[in-house]
Design a protein around this ligand. Structure first.
Ligand code: NAD
Length: 264
């Protein structure tokens, strides 16, 4: 029996086999969850359907989270298909490329709104739409990045959006707690995905990460998947409102330690 056997889990944000959502999906499948996928739009369907087939996922629905109607529609379809939902994963982020380079103060009003809408509000909107079908003991999970608490050059608007996402995680943990529903976030180290490639200088950020991180290693979507299993399983029954760092310890360091290489 797996850690998620008997749980219905809906994962938003699958784009391709590099997505963190795919690492989470594979770990959830291994642990016995009954899965559903939602993807952003037509352009991704040809990538998402074969991935769904690999894991025998029967529920695969489109939802552009900038639309309240599409969120309501996917929640209604999930209610028909699953009855109740135990796990909802929000692995979605977006900002215009213009907002991910140069100085943060140049962020446009429209770009600010767009990033907040897609990357932050969508987690709140999904939680509200799914509330009626969340079963007791349900877990909501989102993905964030350290650029929310420290300045990561070029991450700019996404850092501000992630700060709001983390605050939203805490507020929703408080709202949903009395119903026995938990809300948490994973703060992942840099991983080479489609979204990450949109951040100017990501390749250097990725390369330098392991020099600073105590474990001297980059992290993977598989690591996020395993952490997600913990947070969404009964193993984390009283863990809520938390930001769990899956980053080889990077966030505890003030500067790189010149005394030790990977070998110690
Ligand atoms: P990804 O590109 O694979 O996933 C991002 C997803 O957001 C895609 O599936 C995309 O279709 C979806 N999306 C964008 N706009 C949408 C919309 N309007 N409606 C519905 N879906 C929409 O990249 P990823 O790195 O797997 O990103 C997943 C999450 O992890 C994001 O929140 C990202 O900020 C976060 N994260 C990524 C890293 C990293 O280094 N890759 C690190 C920490 C946190």
């Amino acid at each position: 029996m797996g850690l998620l056997t008997g749980k219905n889990a809906l994962i938003f944000g699958l784009a391709n086999d590099k997505s963190i959502a795919w690492g989470i999906a594979q770990a959830f499948a291994r642990e016995g969850a009954n899965l559903g996928f939602s993807y952003a739009g037509d352009a991704l369907e040809k990538r998402v359907r074969p991935l769904a087939a690999q894991l025998n996922v029967g529920f695969v629905e489109q939802c552009d989270v900038s639309s309240d109607e599409q969120i309501a529609a996917v929640a209604a379809k999930a209610a028909d298909h699953f009855g109740g939902v135990d796990i909802l994963v929000h692995s979605i982020g977006f900002a215009n490329k213009d907002e991910l380079s140069g100085f943060f103060y140049n962020t446009s009003r429209a770009g600010f709104h767009l990033a907040m809408d897609i990357s932050v509000y969508s987690f709140v909107g999904l939680a509200r739409a799914f509330q009626p079908i969340l079963r007791p003991g349900a877990a909501l999970l989102t993905l964030t990045y350290y650029g929310s608490v420290k300045v990561a050059p070029n991450y700019n608007m996404m850092g501000v959006a992630k700060a709001a996402l983390e605050a939203s995680t805490r507020y929703m943990a408080s709202d949903f707690g009395p119903s026995g529903i938990r809300v948490n976030a994973i703060s992942a180290g840099p991983i080479r995905t489609l979204a990450a490639m949109g951040v100017t200088g990501f390749r250097d950020m990725y390369k330098n990460f392991a020099d600073m991180a105590p474990m001297r290693e980059n992290v993977t979507a598989e690591d996020c998947g395993n952490a997600a299993v913990y947070l969404c399983s009964n193993m984390a029954a009283h863990v809520t409102g938390e930001i769990l760092y899956v980053d080889s310890g990077y966030n505890i360091m003030a500067s790189a330690d010149p005394r030790t290489s990977k070998e110690g």
